[in-house]
Design a protein around this ligand. Structure first.
Ligand code: DC
Length: 229
């Protein structure tokens, strides 16, 4: 059976990764969360004090990019690949609101994008991959066989993210999360290099009122149809 590339793009917290993970497991494909890669670079920048409340020494981060090695290792219990920065498992650490607050400015840097896009393209060279992010169908794999563009209202997304973070024990308000979601929407879709836009040939799915099972069903159908072409 032929293998394809499935690109899933969309704003933050549209539930891309939940669907992408399940899709990859069903199809026996590799799943790559590219947001985790941008978060890993951001975590590195925070740890080295290259970015903070009122400063961003982007030139320092760029100088040190070759010290950042990002890898993924499949976790059998969780059923997906976790992200590692220089050998350290940072899968949970990068999901905090703090990293979320700094990731969009970091992701505007072309040098950062070039490094990560190169690695992403390598990971997909043999196809059989589900990748989610902002620029997968437009920049990373413009020839991907199946492109999905997920949308949902900012309130729905903030509500979902708030619930997740609360369950983890993070201390924050719904308003903090909504503010982060809308700020990231703005930066991610207006940046110069690879802004979030819907690829012309992407299929839009508004999941505000769809269950995860419905979404998975829809995308699996599209994928099966495409694979058997
Ligand atoms: O998917 P996420 O929320 O974990 O992504 C975190 C940030 O990374 C997001 O606000 C923008 C950036 N990002 C990007 O610029 N390009 C990608 N392909 C994936 C994420």
């Amino acid at each position: 059976m032929r293998k394809i590339i499935i690109a899933i793009d969309g704003f933050s917290s549209t539930g891309k990764s939940t669907i992408a993970k399940q899709l990859a497991n069903k199809l026996n494909y590799i799943y790559v969360d590219t947001g985790a890669m941008y978060r890993a670079v951001t975590y590195f920048a925070l740890e080295h004090n290259f970015i903070g409340v009122d400063f961003f020494h982007s030139e320092k981060l760029i100088e040190n990019l070759d010290k950042i090695i990002i890898t993924f290792k499949f976790n059998d219990i969780k059923g997906f690949a976790e992200v590692y920065l220089n050998g350290e498992n940072i899968e949970n650490t990068i999901r905090t609101l703090k990293v979320s607050q700094y990731v969009s400015p970091v992701a505007t840097l072309s040098e950062v994008r070039r490094k990560l896009v190169e690695q992403q393209q390598l990971m997909g060279k043999d196809k059989g991959i589900v990748m989610d992010g902002r620029d997968i169908g437009t920049v990373v794999f413009p020839d991907a066989e199946l492109k999905i563009y997920m949308i949902a209202s900012a309130e729905t997304r903030a509500q979902r993210r708030f619930k997740e973070l609360k369950e983890r024990g993070d201390n924050l308000t719904y308003e903090d999360v909504l503010e982060n979601v809308t700020t990231r929407d703005r930066i991610d879709s207006t940046r110069k290099d690879s802004p979030l836009v819907k690829a012309e040939d992407a299929i839009e799915i508004d999941n505000s009122k769809l269950t995860i099972a419905d979404q998975l069903d829809t995308i699996l159908n599209l994928a099966s149809h495409n694979i058997s072409k």
